[in-house]
Write a protein that binds this ligand. Structure first.
Ligand code: BES
Ligand code: MN
Ligand code: ZN
Length: 490
């Protein structure tokens, strides 16, 4: 579905959506239509106890009284409360109202709402993943979604960055939705290379190069699979005259997590195609920055492996020497994310020496027990970075909640035979002990944040801003964080 901006003009014969605030406060366009209908609009709304609550819809059959062939009233909520995020949500409601209606073109008169934010909401809400369906595709019929506004060119310009973020979100969603026989470390690397058309620089290390460098924790996880690992490094250099890298994103890219020899139960195992969500979000964010030509130097380091049981697989009890030199006893091969990330985090710091490092990972089931499926867990060694991410979270509506890091959590990951171990005797504070493991690979001078997205990366049911399946969680949040805090403004 394409978002197009057009002058507010009610003569078109498309389906028309108009806004009504709470307590039946009509927008300018709604007032105009009400008078064209000799007051029938307001009467019909009252008769159908339409209140104007955000997202409420009422469809009015106007026969030949209006040029528009179909009229939908959209509740906008309280007038004073239309934040950018609220406008996005209204756009999503507007898209949903007619997406599968049979209409091919829809127009939404936005009046006082920010038109670009409305368009963004409509765009991400209209995402569908149907490429593998050959018999029945969910019938999205709307091809053109017109936003009617007084200044279409200005709105179009404001929409550009939103469009970039929407495309980044859709990339991340696609990569999570694709099954593990389609997205392997190798095909993920190919998808990353396809994004070079936006000006991204891509490097891919194969298992021979990883062995030579000493990524033994990552290779240990990968060794049970016939799909060999890849380390994918993508850079956006929007400040080419500056040699520094301002931020690095590190993503967990387990293309399928069977658990390895510590095999997971069958029920729900199919969801473990989502275990590359951290890498997918890192890549989607870089795409969004590149498409905006953001004045920042950013890198993504994505550690791609498949975690499988086989005669070649890593065993519980194995000891591996990490890239950093720390030795690790593998207690549970299903705690593979921290092994893969430990090497990627260390490499990211040595290579880029960036002041800010943010990792994303579907790391622990325990984060779902702690926070459910709407909040991602935030861990950070830096209060300022945590606060900046929390601000971006409020603005984007991608919810995060900070959990503690503390020396007391270091004891449970001490190994009897190696320096540390990858799983603890007790399940207590499982997400925190996982984050504490990661912190062993973080230099004290690095401002670091870890987002545990296990609960939010794959939606179990349809949401307002996207269907069930991959959510693309984190692209909007990180784009916002980077542009508000790291992008040079000039
Ligand atoms: N990929 C899983 C975590 C996960 C769970 C992601 C549910 C998405 C939804 C991770 O690799 C894992 O298996 N973690 C274990 C760690 C344990 C063995 C210490 C877990 O959470 O059970
Ligand atoms: Mn696992
Ligand atoms: Zn995993």
């Amino acid at each position: 579905m394409d978002i197009l901006f057009k002058k507010n003009d009610l003569s078109g014969d498309t389906a028309l959506i108009i806004g009504v605030y709470e307590n039946l406060l009509l927008t300018k366009t709604a007032k105009k239509i009400d008078s064209l209908l000799n007051g029938a609009l307001l009467k019909a709304l009252k008769a159908n106890s339409f209140s104007g609550k955000a997202g409420q819809t009422y469809e009015l059959i106007t026969v030949n009284a209006l040029p528009a062939k179909r009229l939908v009233c959209m509740g906008l909520g309280k007038k004073e409360k239309t934040s950018e995020l609220a406008a996005c949500r209204i756009g999503a409601h507007a898209a949903a109202a007619l997406l599968t209606s049979g209409e091919t073109a829809v127009a939404f008169a936005t009046d006082d709402l920010p038109p670009a934010a409305v368009g963004f909401g409509a765009k991400i809400a209209s995402y569908r993943f149907t490429k593998h369906k050959t018999i029945f595709k969910a019938p999205v019929t709307v091809k053109e979604f017109y936003i009617l506004t007084e200044k279409p060119q200005a709105a179009q310009n404001q929409y550009e960055p939103y469009f970039a973020v929407a495309k980044g979100i859709h990339t991340a969603r696609d990569l999570v939705n694709e099954p593990a026989n389609v997205i392997t470390p190798i095909t993920f690397a190919k998808r990353a290379e396809e994004l070079q058309k936006y000006g991204l620089k891509t490097e891919v290390y194969d298992q021979v190069q990883l062995k030579a460098k000493g990524f033994n924790m990552m290779l240990g996880v990968a060794q049970g699979s016939i799909n060999p690992p890849r380390l994918v490094i993508v850079q956006w250099r929007g400040k080419p005259e500056d040699k520094n890298t301002h931020v690095v994103l590190v993503g967990k890219g387990v293309t399928f997590d069977s658990g390895g020899l510590s095999l997971k139960p069958a029920k729900g195992m199919e969801d473990m195609k989502e275990d590359l969500a951290g890498a997918a979000t890192a890549l989607g964010t870089l795409q969004a920055l590149a498409m905006q030509r953001a004045k920042v130097n950013a890198a993504a380091v994505m550690a791609m492996v498949e975690n499988m049981p086989s005669g070649m697989a890593q065993r519980p009890g194995d000891i591996v020497k990490s890239l950093s030199g720390i030795t690790v006893e593998v207690i549970n091969t299903d705690a593979e994310g921290r092994l893969v990330l430990g090497d990627a985090l260390w490499y990211a710091q040595e290579r880029f020496k960036a002041p800010v490092l943010i990792d994303l990972a579907s790391l622990t089931g325990a984060i779902i027990i702690a926070l459910g499926t709407d909040y991602a867990g935030l861990f950070s060694n830096n209060d300022q970075l945590a606060a900046q991410l929390e601000k971006a979270s409020v603005d984007s509506g991608e919810k995060i909640w900070r959990l503690p890091l503390d020396e007391i959590f270091e004891d449970p990951i001490i190994s009897d035979v190696a320096d540390i171990k990858n799983a603890c005797a007790s399940r207590a504070a499982g997400s925190i002990t996982a984050a504490t493991f990661l912190q062993r690979f973080i230099l004290p001078e690095t401002k670091w944040a870890h987002l545990d997205i296990a609960g939010v990366a794959l939606r179990e049911k349809n949401m307002l801003l996207g269907p069930k399946g991959g959510s693309g969680f984190g692209v909007w949040l990180l784009d916002r964080y980077i542009r508000d805090n790291l992008e040079q403004k000039n």
